[in-house]
Design a protein around this ligand. Structure first.
Ligand code: ZN
Length: 436
């Protein structure tokens, strides 16, 4: 285990040397084994030898989700099926899924990355960890599973759903660490409460949350209800799955496994690389992958690299929390809105909970209007119309100040919005209203 912490504490010079060697190898390997990359580099007028240093990476073309989809299922694979021993895939709710193939060495590296992330979060070998991520093609369940086993914790591979039974076994097995989406952790707490049980009585001490962005409000709510420390981690199927980055005990951004994944921040409009500390789209290049090497993958996630040293002593760079996704961005009457901005504003209003929906009214291709539906907390609940009006007005005026948009706010009864056992569905299309 000490060895992994060692990798996160390596000097920046040594790390840069390792990254340089691995980048050159990866580019050459991708060029020789993936026609897609050979073709793209040919179009850009470059050969692998042009990438001699880490700075040269900007010469490489980007890879997008569309590129991966149009090469479905195996067009991005560099290794043969002889060498591939596992497949995973993204959900593909908005098109063809992205398929990932892993060689034996890829799976060993992935377990090591996840083990490092879990150790950073504070998981110990004596912990009993319930994994409530779905097992299957989704990378979350198996990714955390093998990483936690590698670390030496006791894994309870529950998978998602079946909430009451999750709670029963959590109590019976004396589970003290939970792995899930933040939405599911909140949902489980509500189910426990409806059963007349106090979530804080379950004895969870630590949560590892990923699979969707988690606002400060959600994190506080989870910590308050379960009486646990909630940590966040980050990853995506197109790169590897979970294990790309995670929080240390300082909880100020997520340390990237930089010996495996090289990060850049770019301006999502121009594609230009941005200086350290500036917010933009995060782009990753894999440095050790054999099955599906990835060159400059555009994640569409908006964040920044934090240039300051972390007090924990790790030298790996941290990325800030995801403030939005470029494909989540809504353009309402010409104004760019990220759901996370609305969530942050709601987080400042004590009468409402983290459960909300953005109901979008479209006309042809553009968004004519958007309503914010948000649940009152049980404590904030009231039947009084003037009271409700007052809270709605307060939220409307804050939204207007921050977003320069006049949006209708509708307060909902506690627990009236549909709950998710996976990622929360924040944006709802309302075609009926358009027809009105
Ligand atoms: Zn740290």
């Amino acid at each position: 285990m000490g060895m992994w912490k060692g990798l996160d504490c390596i000097s920046r010079d040594n790390l840069g040397q390792i990254q340089g060697i691995r980048l050159r190898e990866t580019v050459k390997y991708a060029y020789e084994n993936v026609p897609f990359y050979r073709h793209k580099m040919g179009e850009a007028g470059i050969v692998p030898e042009d990438i001699a240093t880490l700075e040269d990476i900007i010469k490489l073309p980007f890879t997008t989700k569309e590129d991966m989809r149009s090469n479905y299922p195996y067009g991005m694979f560099a290794a043969s099926m002889e060498e591939i021993i596992r497949l995973h895939a993204s959900t593909g709710t908005t098109g063809r899924p992205v398929v990932m193939g892993y060689t034996r060495r890829d799976l060993e590296n992935w377990s090591e990355q996840v083990a490092r992330i879990c150790m950073m979060a504070g998981v110990k070998t004596s912990d009993i960890v319930q994994i409530s991520f779905g097992y299957g093609l989704f990378t979350g369940g198996f990714g955390l599973h093998y990483g936690l086993e590698k670390l030496g914790a006791t894994v309870v591979p529950f998978s998602s759903g079946n909430t009451e039974r999750q709670l029963t076994l959590m109590r019976d097995f004396q589970t003290n660490v939970l792995v899930s989406t933040p939405s599911f952790a909140l949902y489980m707490a509500e189910v426990a409460e409806t059963l007349g049980l106090e979530p804080a009585g379950y004895g969870l001490r630590l949560g590892l949350f990923g699979g969707e962005p988690c606002s400060d409000l959600m994190r506080q709510e989870i910590e308050k209800k379960w009486g646990m420390k909630a940590t966040l981690n980050y990853g995506l199927t197109e790169i590897v799955g979970p294990g790309v980055s995670g929080e240390c005990e300082c909880r100020s951004g997520m340390h990237i496994c930089e010996d495996h994944f090289f990060p850049e921040i770019i301006d999502p409009e121009s594609g230009q690389k941005l200086p350290p500390g500036e917010e933009g789209e995060i782009v990753f290049t894999s440095l050790t992958k054999e099955g599906v090497p990835v060159l400059r993958y555009r994640t569409r996630d908006i964040t920044a690299l934090l240039p300051e040293e972390c007090p924990c002593g790790r030298t790996t760079q941290r990325m800030d929390y995801i403030t939005g996704r470029t494909d989540d961005m809504l353009i309402v009457r010409g104004v760019n809105v990220f759901p996370s901005q609305v969530e942050e504003i709601l987080g400042q209003v004590k009468e409402v909970s983290p459960h909300y929906r953005l109901v979008v009214h479209r006309e042809k291709d553009y968004i004519k209007d958007m309503e914010v539906h948000v649940e009152l907390t049980p404590e904030g609940f009231t039947d009084s119309f003037p009271e409700i009006q007052k809270i709605e007005d307060k939220i409307t005026s804050r939204l207007k100040t921050v977003l320069s948009l006049n949006l209708k706010v509708r307060l909902m009864e506690p627990k009236s919005l549909e709950r998710s056992t996976g990622k929360a569905q924040r944006i709802v299309e309302n075609e009926e209203a358009v027809a009105e």
